[in-house]
Design a protein around this ligand. Structure first.
Ligand code: DOR
Length: 442
């Protein structure tokens, strides 16, 4: 790659950053010059053209557009003992993220313009990543009355993604109205697909041979699939936009593939943990593996990887779900659902998907597609001249053994503790500012 050098005279300012010798999206090796938060030049940049710039030696590293997470639980307001906007932003930056969508299942719920603006403002104040609030679909996540969708969209927070995540919008009439409503302003409903009747209120894992043997109440994959099938038909009927959160079964993949083949406006995400972990991990009854949707059998995991590779699943989203010790460290049936994900996502995806899944593929599913789905202008770029400088620099060969004590999250429910993963985020640059250097917060 050799883009022409544009005006680099302004590099003689303290606001310039020169990244040398990075492989751009895993392809050609180039230098990247950032001036005043914008990518000013990409190519071979003579040292004198970047005089005065801070230099990051990125030889051997892969440069990606900053990662974008469609599905983060930041827990503020309400559960600041588990995570805050600041600590979650730190975890995001360490994981290579420059934008996160903050889920609405806080206390109080993000179901008004004021609540959305509060989270938005906390994100701006933290200043480490773009924190984009997700609005609730229904008031109080109760599934009955639509929340202030239009007001949240028109607020300072500019909400475009709506979700009752943690709960399914199970009433078909409410889901239809929500899809109709957000269509007017190009919004999208991100659905937690889970039929409450098929899932049951006391289930804690995937229903199958393992749950039977362990004596744990489970719910079957079809509880997800019936909602995915219903929702793609509602998206078709309303001609509106549906996003399927945390797809976890081969059956859901089949439905989404079919819906896309018909031109139905549906996108989907998969979590890193559903790409690597399987239900047999429950053998030790360790609640760190309790998550919703639950870990599934290997055949589902393989179908999810294939769907991510062939584009049926558009994005990887972490579902980063921090929990305080006193909520998580219980008997399996009583523990909270959820696991940490922001700091480990990139390495887990790399490890799960292998070398055939290129760095350009990783940029597509962890940055570009998520930014497109959420409508985040300036995120999810291609590292071209003129774009805002949101970048992640990754050591592609690093082998890392995850240690939960290293996490900057407030919580410790880390299912990757003690596991080896491949690749490591070394530097994160948000709006031209280095937020993470050598793997540590700057
Ligand atoms: O495991 C989960 N935890 N799944 C969800 O849908 C919600 C999340 C949470 O908020 O803890």
């Amino acid at each position: 790659m050799s883009a022409p050098l544009t005006d680099t005279t302004s590099a003689n300012t303290p606001n310039a950053l020169l990244i040398t010798g990075a492989s751009i999206l895993g392809g050609d090796v180039a230098d990247v010059l950032v001036v005043d938060g914008v990518i000013a030049a990409v190519g071979e940049i003579p040292a004198d053209a970047a005089a005065g710039a801070e230099v990051i030696d990125a030889a051997g590293l892969v440069a990606l557009p900053g990662l974008v997470d469609l599905h983060t639980h930041l827990r503020e307001p309400g559960r600041e003992d588990a995570e805050t906007v600041v600590t979650g932003s730190r975890a995001a930056a360490v994981g290579g993220y420059t934008a996160v969508l903050a889920m609405a299942n806080t206390n109080p719920v993000t179901d008004t313009a004021e609540a959305a603006e509060r989270v938005f403002d906390l994100g701006v104040k933290a200043g480490l990543v773009q924190v984009q609030p997700v609005g609730a679909v229904t008031k109080g996540l109760a599934g009955e009355e639509l929340a202030e969708l239009g007001l949240m969209h028109r607020s300072r927070a500019g909400v475009t993604v709506f979700s009752d995540d943690g709960k399914c919008v199970h009433d078909s009439r409410v889901m239809r109205r929500a899809l109709e409503y957000v269509k007017a302003f190009g919004g999208v409903i991100s659905q937690h697909s889970q039929d409450p009747h098929l899932a049951g209120s006391t289930s804690c894992c995937h229903e199958g041979e393992v749950s039977g043997r362990l004596g744990l109440p489970g719910w079957p994959g079809v509880a997800e699939e019936v909602i995915v099938a219903r929702d793609v038909m509602l998206a078709r009927h309303t001609n509106s936009r549906l996003h399927v959160a945390h797809v976890s079964t081969a059956g859901s993949v089949e439905i989404i593939r079919w819906a896309k083949s018909l031109g139905i406006d549906v996108t989907a995400e998969v979590t890193p943990h559903h790409l690597l972990l399987t239900t047999d991990l429950l053998e030790g009854y360790d609640p760190v593996y309790k998550v919703n949707p639950p870990l599934r059998p290997a055949e589902d995991v393989l179908a999810l990887r294939a769907a991510l590779a062939d584009g049926t699943i558009d994005a990887v989203a972490t579902d980063h779900a921090p929990h305080a010790r006193h909520d998580k460290e219980h008997a399996f049936v009583d523990a909270a659902f959820g696991m940490l994900g922001l700091e480990t996502a990139l390495a887990v995806v790399r490890t799960a998907m292998g070398d055939d899944f290129t760095w350009a593929d990783i940029a597509r599913v962890m940055s570009q597609n998520p930014a497109k789905i959420a409508g985040l202008a300036g995120q999810g770029g291609t590292l071209a001249v003129g774009e805002p400088a949101h970048l992640t620099l990754v050591d592609p060969e690093a082998e890392v053994t995850v240690d939960r004590a290293d996490s900057v999250s407030l919580s410790r429910n880390n299912p990757w503790h003690g596991r080896s993963v491949v690749s490591r985020v070394l530097h994160t640059i948000y709006n031209g500012t280095v937020t993470v250097r050598d793997g540590k917060l700057d």
